[in-house]
Design a protein around this ligand. Structure first.
Ligand code: NI
Length: 241
């Protein structure tokens, strides 16, 4: 069920029997020459809707803007400031809490959102007794990411790389243009230096962090989506004490 397609009365009826909701968190930001700017939003939404269908839990509208200041050198990227994103998330979570939602799963699609998301959850839970929040990110979840590694190899990279390209081939192929790909590798080397607008475009001139995305296939993306939905459905069903 999609919150945006329900009436307030239907939400009231739902809340009389359930207190769970899924919130997709996306971003509008460069994803290499070959992927649409909405990639992270599409991914978070595809997982969230799949979980909603599998469990009957309401899915809130996707937040299509995130914190992407490091990618601002690339045209089309739209970024909230971290403090803005914290404030927006606080307001969304507080609104849902006020109506009676107590268990929330936030499906995050963009790494740059993670710090603001963590801060917002800490702020809201200060004065929201009984509120429980889980988060899921497909690329930091070892079980989900193993699917990609098993099919593409260890150096799958991260942002706009083969794994993410495969995901998009499965969920939104019209936002993928493989003819624009340039065959080159930019392996993600571990570094203590923080990623910023000053160094991101220098290190990743075409916006891809990782290996040549041409290894991506739709099958990998479908397997990744299926596994992500399976993990999140489990998290939505089981809340241990
Ligand atoms: Ni992404």
């Amino acid at each position: 069920m999609l919150l945006a397609e329900m009436s307030w009365e239907q939400v009231k009826e739902y809340l009389a029997r359930d207190d769970r909701i899924i919130i997709p968190l996306g971003s509008t930001e460069e994803h290499g020459r070959h992927l649409g700017l909405g990639t992270d939003s599409f991914e978070a939404e595809a997982i969230a809707r799949g979980v909603g269908e599998a469990t009957g839990v309401i899915v809130a509208p996707t937040l299509n803007y995130g914190m992407a200041l490091a990618q601002m050198a690339f045209p089309g990227t739209v970024s909230l400031r971290p403090t803005t994103l914290i404030a927006v998330l606080e307001d969304i979570l507080r609104s849902l809490y006020r109506h009676g939602f107590r268990r929330m799963l936030i499906v995050n699609g963009h790494g740059g959102n993670a710090a603001s998301l963590a801060s917002a959850v800490q702020m809201v839970t200060q004065d929201a007794p009984g509120l429980r929040v889980k988060t899921f990110e497909w690329w930091t979840d070892s079980e989900a990411y193993r699917v990609v590694i098993e099919m593409l190899g260890e150096q799958v990279g991260s942002h706009a790389s083969p794994g993410e390209t495969a995901f998009m081939l499965a969920i939104c192929p019209r936002a993928v243009d493989l003819s624009r790909l340039t065959g080159r590798d930019a392996p993600v080397k571990p570094s203590r230096e923080m990623t910023t607008i000053q160094n991101f475009a220098q290190k990743y001139p075409d916006g891809v962090m990782g290996l040549d995305p041409r290894g991506a296939t739709r099958e990998v993306g479908e397997a990744l989506l299926k596994k992500s939905i399976e993990i999140c459905a489990r998290e939505v069903e089981v809340w241990s004490n």
